[in-house]
Design a binder for this molecule. Structure first.
Ligand code: NDP
Length: 284
């Protein structure tokens, strides 16, 4: 019998998760239904409850419900505990058994970087933004033993707060924060844009010196065309990557939690890229 899964968010219409999970399922011969579910800002728990009543076995959770998903769970993975947020819920068949929460965003980023051959040990990393996405990726990045992570944010207090919170996981890595206008003028190996600025074609204020030929410029946003951040970095010799692969890799990790099988992400990345371009062509 087909098992029921969904992604929940507000807004949710844009979500590519159904396509990704259905592609994984076809690849591995798993029978599942995967829905998009919209919930009112104050309606998360009620909608989750109704989904479980219908036999739902798992949910991906997106903006703005990741904190509520974390709170709703009875048990949480160490990486969800670290992020204080969850993007994956696992519902047991019996309604009285504990709900499990995980956060696969960070491992999604690390796996995507690895897919592109980017290693992080001993590297200098600049992270732009100190919101939920940065919170989710800091611990998995630190686990890769980089030489330095500098978190730069518009509101520097949020960057300093995250640095304090994650300092115990830093090991030998130099973890520090700064205002986004105060980024030091030196070369980084990897710059991660974890702000939504690209979605409105805005570029965070960056010194020219942060990017060079060896710099990977990773934008968590993605679209049919390279983002303004990717274009800015490429024009200065950097190697641009967008967040499409992170989306597919975090989904693959959720899929593994639910089904115990690891899909091949390469064909799904390609299909998703083509689908996004096709949609943009139709709209353009
Ligand atoms: P949040 O709203 O939690 O945080 C946004 C952060 O970006 C804040 O630190 C904010 O600064 C900063 N910011 C917002 N706008 C600007 C701007 N115009 N210029 C400079 N800084 C800005 O968002 P998330 O952390 O949840 O998400 C960030 C991005 O990452 C989104 O685009 C999201 O879609 C993407 N993402 C992609 C994923 C993927 O799989 N590819 C997974 C998760 C996220 P301040 O604190 O000063 O307000």
């Amino acid at each position: 019998m087909s098992q029921l899964f969904a992604v929940i968010g507000n807004p949710i219409e844009h979500s590519r998760s159904p396509m990704i999970h259905q592609s994984f399922a076809r690849q591995l011969g798993i029978d599942l239904t995967y829905e998009k579910i919209w919930a009112a800002i104050d309606g998360f728990e009620e909608v989750v409850h109704a989904f479980r009543e219908r036999g739902g076995r798992g949910m991906n959770v997106t903006v703005p419900f990741k904190l509520e998903a974390f709170d709703l769970a009875d048990r949480r993975s160490p990486r969800a505990e670290r992020a204080l947020a969850a993007n994956t819920l696992v519902f047991p068949a019996a309604p009285d058994e504990p709900v499990y929460a995980d956060n696969t965003d960070g491992i999604g980023l690390v796996n995507d970087l690895s897919f592109h051959g980017v290693t992080l040990a001993d590297k200098r990393i600049l992270v732009l933004g100190a919101g939920g996405a940065t919170r989710g990726v800091l611990a998995p990045l630190l686990e890769q033993a980089p030489q330095e992570i500098l978190v730069a944010n518009r509101n520097p207090e949020r960057a300093y707060g995250l640095v304090d919170e994650f300092s115990d996981a830093a090991g030998a890595c130099r973890l520090s924060g700064c205002p986004i206008e105060g980024i030091e003028e030196s070369l980084f190996d990897l710059i991660i844009n974890a702000t939504p600025a690209s979605l409105t074609a805005q570029l965070p204020p960056l010194p020219e010196t942060v990017v060079g030929a060896s710099t990977v410029a990773y934008d968590m946003a993605y679209g049919a065309e390279p983002t303004v951040f990717m274009q800015w970095a490429e024009a200065r010799g950097g190697q641009p990557l967008d967040g499409l692969g992170m989306l597919v890799e975090q989904a693959a990790e959720s899929f593994y939690l639910w089904h115990g099988q690891r899909p091949d992400t390469a064909p799904v990345r390609e299909a998703l890229r083509q689908s996004i371009r096709k949609k943009a062509d139709q709209e353009g």
